[in-house]
Ligand binder design. Structure first.
Ligand SMILES: [Zn+2]
Length: 222
């Protein structure tokens, strides 16, 4: 891939999920702090700082930096911003904050107060099913990150109880098996922003009440 940025900036080669079309994409993220060396970095590489001050690639305190970059999706041609996390000179993560991209869960009374943040690992195998699950989990307020290739999820306490059913199902989609067994897995044909929405904004499955012997859920078929 070639564009005019390559001549001036260092580049971080990244595999992400496009927040607009939800496809797994490879993009070149220009690194604004170092604009002359023309390195091509991958996740996990060490940054070669120059001694001339941060705006020219100088090493920041502890060698750690959060820096913004921008990409254009090769699939849908829409632009988006990402945050690159550098810790002790090593490029550790690329962060997408789904609050920035106009996401909100369509179920009015179950709506989480914020969307999730996804820290991408270069060890994730982003199949269409996993892409759909990650986007939908982020939409529900779940943060997802990784150190070793596994998916680590932070599920907020304050979510409406009805969302936990969805979250459990979506978590299972990050594994290798179809879940539930014998049922078709989630497909990319049903990305998060197309989650079925009813005219009255009611959920199909929703939490009703907490009783001494358990939670009561209701299923409201179409
Ligand atoms: Zn796209």
């Amino acid at each position: 891939m070639h564009n005019s940025n390559i001549k001036k900036s260092d580049i971080l080669e990244a595999t992400l999920i496009c927040p607009h079309c939800n496809e797994a994409i490879k993009v070149d993220l220009p690194l604004s702090f170092s604009q002359h060396a023309q390195h091509r970095y991958s996740m996990g590489d060490n940054v070669e700082w120059t001694p001339n001050g941060l705006e020219h690639g100088g090493r920041p305190k502890n060698g750690s930096l959060l820096v913004e970059s921008n990409a254009e999706c090769p699939a849908c041609q829409k632009g988006f911003s990402a945050t690159i996390e550098i810790i002790a000179d090593t490029i550790k993560a690329i962060i997408l904050d789904f609050n920035r991209f106009g996401y909100s869960h369509p179920r009015g009374k179950n709506r989480p107060s914020r969307c999730g943040i996804v820290k991408f690992s270069n060890t994730w195998n982003l199949t269409p099913r996993r892409c759909a699950a990650i986007v939908r989990l982020a939409e529900m307020g779940v943060d997802i990150y990784s150190n070793t290739g596994e998916y680590t999820l932070l599920i907020p306490h304050e979510l409406h109880d009805g969302l936990y059913l969805d979250i459990g199902y979506l978590m299972a989609q990050l594994g290798d098996d179809d879940f539930p067994t014998g049922y078709a897995g989630l497909t990319a044909d049903l990305p998060g922003r197309k989650y079925p929405k009813r005219a009255n904004d009611e959920a199909t499955i929703y939490f009703s009440e907490s009783l001494p012997d358990g939670f009561r859920y209701r299923v409201n078929p179409l």
